[in-house]
Design a protein around this ligand. Structure first.
Ligand code: SAM
Ligand code: SF4
Length: 466
């Protein structure tokens, strides 16, 4: 697939140059349109990305906050990553797993080790995991990966809980491979383009399968043509001008929406972190400042109001906290980025990790903090399990109907967490939050049913959802 169908570099550069006036009236009109929750067009996005002055930035943040509140309310979905192999034949200049990092201890987890890691993730209260690995056809094949998925689902902890949803972030697959993996019960399949800027892409990916820009950017087309129906995209911020990357992410989302009537379920916005023997992570070509990072999150929230936005532990506690208000809807917690890392604790992380984390708190600490700030940690996996994915999900999400399910499901899964995994302090804070948030369920019928479900959970039932 020729790249120009998806990313039009000339158009994006033109927009960035022409839509660069800080005209209060123009910005006010765009933000007013954004509040209608139908998204805004690429020119509008360029204007917002070019905001430099404090008063307009504040207006942008305020608008993003209103949109976040309107669509997502106070819920925040939680997940934990599960790295199963750090072998990789690619040479991404920013990544600790790159083939030229000869100092990295490489390993692919055995099925038993994967089950051990799953037990640890479950013991932290998680129900949703994101499975990742490098790209190495000999040491981590697709067949092995499918076995690994089955192994994760097979584990039950002492509370009778198991992982209810596995999302994937693995190298782009072929048509045949997508057909195979579409037969396995997975959630969202995510691949980051890293940078949408072709020239930069070339220098950052000098060898290996990943050096082919067109192969990577056409991944989601192949996925949706071959049986998958739930995909996520992302860019690695710091490789090129963040404004170019945001306009490209939106162009990519619009392309998928036009062609398949399924936009991306999620957009991820990782910023580069230090990694061993990865030159572009030590000397970041286009470092994104904290202020610009907040701006880009707010712009994305205004532009694709119904698309989930994921933030990882690459960001600091302070940054994560400040972005909940501006549009983040999913976060990872208590993460390890080395295979086997949950069992080993922190001892060997330095040697085998993909990159250094910033928020190193345990899941329990993150969850208690999230609750203290008035957000509802959600372990919900309802949509995927009822089959509310792909077009069906979009049909509900676009008119704003999805929130009718999300808040009740968030409260039900939080209640399970409080009973099964939380310490006394978190239980106190969590139960108070549940009582307050029940009142925010708009429909009386659903509110009453949620109260009944909460009672049934207190009496020992699990996995009740709408
Ligand atoms: N290996 C597969 C691939 O590259 O598509 C799977 C994903 S890889 C394990 C996860 C993601 O980590 C990459 O897509 C990249 O964006 C990100 N990453 C790599 N090095 C990083 C670094 N130094 N800091 C932050 N994120 C990094
Ligand atoms: Fe391998 Fe992915 Fe790291 Fe690139 S980003 S070196 S493909 S693990």
């Amino acid at each position: 697939m020729p790249n120009h169908n998806i990313i039009d570099e000339v158009q994006i550069n033109n927009l960035l140059q022409t839509c660069n006036k800080t005209d209060n009236q123009i910005i006010d009109d765009i933000l007013q349109r954004a509040l209608e929750l139908n998204g805004i067009d690429l020119g509008d996005v360029a204007y917002l990305l070019n905001i430099e002055d404090y008063p307009n930035l504040e207006k942008l943040f305020d608008t993003a906050n209103k949109i976040k509140e309107e669509i997502y309310g106070k819920r925040l979905v939680l997940f934990a990553p599960l790295y199963i192999s750090n072998y990789c034949s690619n040479n991404c200049m920013y990544c600790g797993f790159r083939v030229e990092n000869k100092e990295l201890s490489r390993r692919t987890l055995t099925i038993d080790e994967i089950k051990d890691e799953t037990r640890y993730i479950l013991s932290q209260g998680h129900k949703r995991t994101l499975m990742l690995m490098g790209e190495h056809h000999k040491n981590c094949s697709l067949g092995y990966f499918i076995e690994a998925i089955e192994a994760v689902y097979s584990v039950k902890d002492s509370k009778g809980s198991s992982i209810r949803r596995i999302n994937l972030e693995i190298a782009p697959l072929t048509d045949e491979e997508f057909k195979k993996i579409s037969l396995v019960p997975i959630g969202t399949y995510t691949v980051f383009q890293e940078t949408y800027h072709r020239e930069t892409y070339k220098t950052m990916h000098p060898s290996g399968n990943k050096s082919d820009y067109d192969w990577r950017i056409s991944t989601m087309d192949r996925a949706l043509e071959n049986g998958l129906n739930d995909v996520g995209i992302g860019a690695l911020f710091g490789l090129y001008d963040y404004r170019f990357e945001v306009l490209s992410l939106i162009s990519h989302a619009q392309h998928l929406d036009r062609k398949f009537n399924i936009g991306p379920h999620t957009i991820s916005i990782p910023r580069i972190r230090p990694a061993t023997n990865a030159p572009a992570s030590q000397n970041i070509p286009y470092q994104v400042s904290d202020r610009d990072f907040r701006k880009l999150v707010a712009v994305l929230r205004c532009t694709v109001p119904y698309t989930g936005m994921i933030l990882s532990t690459r960001e600091s506690i302070e940054m994560r906290t400040s972005l909940f208000n501006l549009g983040i809807s999913q976060i990872s917690a208590g993460s390890r980025t080395n295979p086997g890392g949950y069992k080993q604790a922190f001892a060997k992380m330095e040697d085998e990790s993909q990159f250094a984390m910033n928020d190193c708190r345990s899941s329990g600490e993150v969850i208690q903090d999230v609750i203290s700030q008035g957000y509802v940690p959600s372990f919900c996996t309802g949509c995927y399990r009822i089959g509310r994915v792909g077009e069906d999900f979009m049909d509900l999400a676009k008119p704003g109907l999805i929130k009718l399910h999300c808040l009740p499901n968030a409260l039900l899964t939080l209640k399970e967490y409080l009973i099964d995994y939380a310490d006394d302090e978190t239980v106190k804070l969590g139960d108070t939050l549940i009582s307050t948030e029940i009142e925010n369920i708009p429909q009386e019928h659903t509110r009453n049913k949620t109260i009944q479900y909460l009672q049934r959970i207190s009496q020992g039932e699990r996995d009740l959802y709408f």
